[in-house]
Design a protein around this ligand. Sequence first.
Ligand code: SAH
Length: 383
Amino acid sequence: MALLATATVAFKTINTQIRNRSFLPLQKHLSLSSSLSSFSFFRTVSGRAMELERKNSTVIDENGVLKKGIAEFYDESSAIWEDIWGDHMHHGFYPPDSTVSLSDHRAAQIQMIEQALRFASIPLEDERKWPKKIVDVGCGIGGSSRYLTQKFGATAVGITLSPVQVQRANALAAAQGLANKCIAVALQDLVWFEILNLELFRRPFCEMGTGQVSFQVADALDQPFPDGQFDLVWSMESGEHMPDKAKFVSELARVAAPGATIIIVTWCHRDLGPDEESLKPWEEKHLKKICDAFYLPAWCSTADYVRLLESLSLQDIKSEDWSPYVAPFWPAVIRSALSWKGLTSLLRSGLKTIKGALAMPLMIEGFKKDLIKFAIITCRKPE
Ligand code: SAH
């Protein structure tokens, strides 16, 4: 994991160099190299370029390994989770004074979605301002997408690294009558429908805005969508898997339409104190064990996320620590894993799932020791 963290930093540096174009003079030097009299200068420059290239490909390798691990982890464990916990693969929200029963975890998971919408100031009372196009980044088997689609009568698209999740998410959408029947209609066909006024064919396409959802395998760090598409950008407990948080956040902002709301609910480590440069060694060690079990790269703090959003000039940035509201969650997951059904399912599952289950007490300990924070961070893209 330390290697991964180092590699991520290197990748970020290269990214920044490309963004700031400080990389370009280097390329220019290289193309002019034949006319340079100093051979040693050329050697230094091309050496640097090769070194950067080597670092870059190491990062791609590391990210590739991580992505493969994430995909396999969810391919393997999603069915068991669904069987025991249902289609939401995220914490429940258990407010101390709420009516949500501690044993009704599905209700608590729905509460999580509702509270996140409220925290982000989505105008729930004004139907005209409801989100109409939603992207669910790191969608699992699509619990949030389907819920939000039905709640708002919106169109949603979910992305995940796991092909098994995509298949299941699309099957559940079809079973609930939410599958996007119009997905195969190409734009040029729509033009023909307009010209020929084929109302019959046009209708399904026009209905896309009313409660349809589709899922695909895609990387959150390189989303297959044009800029400015979605008026709600939703990431429920996927940010912790992202090896490059800057790229993750910039992709969320890129696909957001002007005025869109971005909601990130994610695992963070505690904010560092003013005199601290890093976490304490025992804290790093603790998180590393969790990283190994759940296929996570290096963690960041809520303050890091806020800084990243600020650097992109996003507006109305808000964050809150919801750790106290999710406290009953992991003990409940452990209880269900220890039930007869949980144990037999676990034994039938693969090693990755069992490893994940064994790491669950580490999450509880991390929360108790104030190392792990369950964070919500929201903002708006300027109009
Ligand atoms: N948001 C869902 C699932 C959370 S589990 C829910 O609340 O039910 C984490 C999800 O993030 C998984 O679906 C995993 O495949 C996805 N994920 C992790 N890294 C990703 C990446 N780089 N690109 C897309 N999805 C990713």
